[in-house]
Design a protein around this ligand. Structure first.
Ligand code: 5GP
Ligand code: ZN
Length: 131
């Protein structure tokens, strides 16, 4: 059972921002900022690393389109595009989706922060990743 598949199948109502043959974009039920939208493929695939390339292209292209639309319609100052992949990264619904979050200013109920970290030896990091 997948709640987003149920939304796509119209078993659960949603507020549709954008739709085409491949993609559905709906208002997130929990509006972190006004207009917060989630963009998903119409077929079930769990996350961005398991999806096929064409699905990834289609969903991210649609997310960019939705970002342009929201920027024009809300007058927001900026937009965050966010994909959570896996429980450890905060994914709670295992159906690929991209959050499109309009940004208005410092009072937005979201913070995206890269906390300070120890300097790393990038050659060592790269070698450990690439093997
Ligand atoms: P995740 O944490 O997986 O990146 O994001 C899942 C998002 O789906 C959450 O922001 C949550 O508010 C949203 N969500 C969960 N259930 C529903 C629902 O039934 N309707 C809508 N519109 N959004 C939902
Ligand atoms: Zn699904």
């Amino acid at each position: 059972m997948c709640i987003f598949c149920d939304i796509i199948d119209h078993k659960i109502p949603s507020s549709v921002v954008y739709e085409d043959d491949q993609v559905l974009a709906i208002l997130d039920i929990s509006q972190v900022t006004r207009g917060h939208t989630i963009v998903m493929p119409k077929h079930h695939t769990p996350n961005v690393v398991e999806a096929d390339d064409e699905t990834v292209r289609t969903v991210f292209a649609a997310a960019a389109k939705v970002a342009r639309f929201l920027k024009e319609k809300t007058g927001c100052a900026g937009v965050n595009l966010l994909n959570n992949c896996g429980e450890a990264a905060g994914q709670t619904v295992d159906h690929l989706h991209v959050h499109v979050i309009p940004r208005y200013g410092e009072s937005d109920a979201i913070q995206v922060a890269f906390n300070p970290s120890e300097p790393q030896d990038l050659a060592e990091v790269l070698a450990s990743i690439k093997g």
